[in-house]
Design a protein around this ligand. Sequence first.
Ligand code: DAH
Length: 364
Amino acid sequence: MQSDDLKNLVEAALPAIAAAGAAALEELRVSLLGKNGSITALLKSLGGMEPEARKAAGAEINRIKAQITDALSARRAVLDSQALERQLAGERIDVTQPPRPDLAGAMHPLSRTQEELAAIFATMGFSIAEGPDIESDWNNFSALNIPAHHPARAMMDTFYLQAPEHARPPVLRTHTSPVQIRTMLNWAKTEGLGATPAPIRIIVPGRTFRADHDATHSPMFHQCEGLVIGEGITLGHLKGCLIDFLRAYFGVPELPVRFRASYFPFTEPSMEVDIGWSRKTGEIGGGTDWLEILGSGMIHANVLANCGIDPRRFQGFAFGVGLERITMLKHGIADLRLFYESDVRWLRHYGASPLTPASLHEGI
Ligand code: DAH
């Protein structure tokens, strides 16, 4: 091949490459550099040349090949960035569009209740602790002084998971109380050994599970546990704390609160806590009736000992409250099942604005 031919080839190819679209560019690449392309053919023809001529022609052809390869990739880069520009322009979001108030989301009433509890107890120095839904039998029952024959362990109340033979199966926790155990065990290993230990003050909001289903029971529901451990903690602390909590939560400053002796395996003494209300009108704090709200008590010495805490040095109290129950009472919700149906009309009505967080500033 004459060097004129080579020159012509380059002069035709370069402008064609510079003007090509994506498909034409690929065609050009194949026709020049592909298996049957013209440059490839030129390289093949070197084989039949005299050594001297081959050297000169080889260098020239390779120079041209490099020139064309560069031109192809430069054009491809331009096409790629143009394609990206087009895609970005097509996907642009107009952030100046006005909001659509009819589509605003709302916070689920149970989430709102959890936030309210967190805000109320934060003012009394409590922090929030959490635990897993799946618990060991020991954390959920034994460590809490619940004996082997207790009805709470019966198959009909508790969801048991599979376990290897002879092992006690794990459970879906039937209450938030096992987080008491987890918290105390940790504390006993660290803080509880010190000369001036910082007390435990936690609340534990979370999911709980029991095999129950009707208008006031769901197999999955929510509780909030409370736990205080320290030196010199008395029944007076328990009462003051719960009275303040109930008055703040229901927004009734003089709400009557009654402590009634009861029984729980993990507390001694144990108390059920009632608030005043009117059975007839449902008004909280009005009327002369009593409504049971939560369980509480002083931590049983066995439970402290099970967690490695010396009951002669430390005392404490605990309580457990059903979140659905206090939410239903506060908002006049009649059927528990509505909490889980995800009916947007219901959620819009009972949901809270996520933009006004719970605070005690003007009352919960
Ligand atoms: N764990 C109890 C239940 O699920 C509620 C409860 C009662 C929790 C008394 C406590 C307590 O911490 O002191 O019914």
